[in-house]
Design a protein around this ligand. Structure first.
Ligand code: SF4
Length: 209
């Protein structure tokens, strides 16, 4: 990455972290994927039950691989036949892993969901939420974050899951009410009531969608 982009991201991350802290969430800066992995593991005590809802960024830093190889109870929903049971397990987990579809410069998290298992677990349930967020997901404000979620994250995810939505065909949101829509629920996290619950690791890299 160009050194000026690296510097800009580093400076912007400081602003986002300040915003997160003002909202009773913890923010961290990782210069690269390796540092992000170390930081994430430092937030997850050995023996913890850990689950996740999607999260390409979580995979990209090698966190899933490390948890599976380590002394953790990693609940892999892909290996559980009963999908409803797998989703319900997330609410009682020690740690829930996710990314965020977008984060504003002043620390608001914006997420959209079709099944709502991911946004509901971010909102409540798991004792701790650890998010891995590339600096490519930082937006100026909530309006920008919503636009990013619906015009960048959603079309790519719709394509990824082979869904029949207008955005999968056009690459942009058409505000559909398709049965396949992944924009059923929007979660805007502007404050965390519970101190020490939500941790956001900002990675100076392009991660996820
Ligand atoms: S509302 Fe429909 S078209 Fe728009 S991003 Fe969501 S799924 Fe795609």
């Amino acid at each position: 990455m160009d050194k000026n982009i690296v510097k800009r991201n580093e400076l912007l991350a400081r602003k986002v972290i300040k915003g997160l802290e003002s909202r009773n969430m913890s923010g961290y800066y990782a210069a690269d994927r390796e540092e992000a992995l170390k930081l994430a593991l430092s937030l997850i005590p050995e023996g913890s039950s850990v689950t996740m809802g999607g999260g390409t960024s979580v995979h990209e830093i090698g966190l899933v691989k490390a948890l599976k190889a380590g002394n953790f109870n990693f609940i892999d929903r892909d290996e559980i036949a009963d999908k409803r049971a797998a989703m319900l397990m997330a609410y009682d987990a020690d740690v829930f892993l996710a990314s965020s579809n977008a984060v504003t410069e002043d620390g608001v998290l914006v997420n959209i969901d079709g099944n709502a298992n991911r946004v509901s677990a971010i909102a409540q349930g798991p004792k701790k939420v650890v998010m891995i967020v590339g600096m490519n997901k930082v937006c100026s404000d909530v309006d920008g974050a919503m636009k990013r979620a619906r015009n960048v994250a959603a079309p790519i995810n719709a394509q990824r899951f082979g869904l029949s939505t207008p955005c999968a065909r056009t690459g942009a949101c058409m505000d559909c009410k398709s049965p396949d829509t992944i924009c059923c629920q929007f979660l805007i996290t502007r404050f965390s009531r519970h101190t020490g619950r939500i941790h956001v690791i900002l990675v100076n890299d392009t991660l996820g969608f």
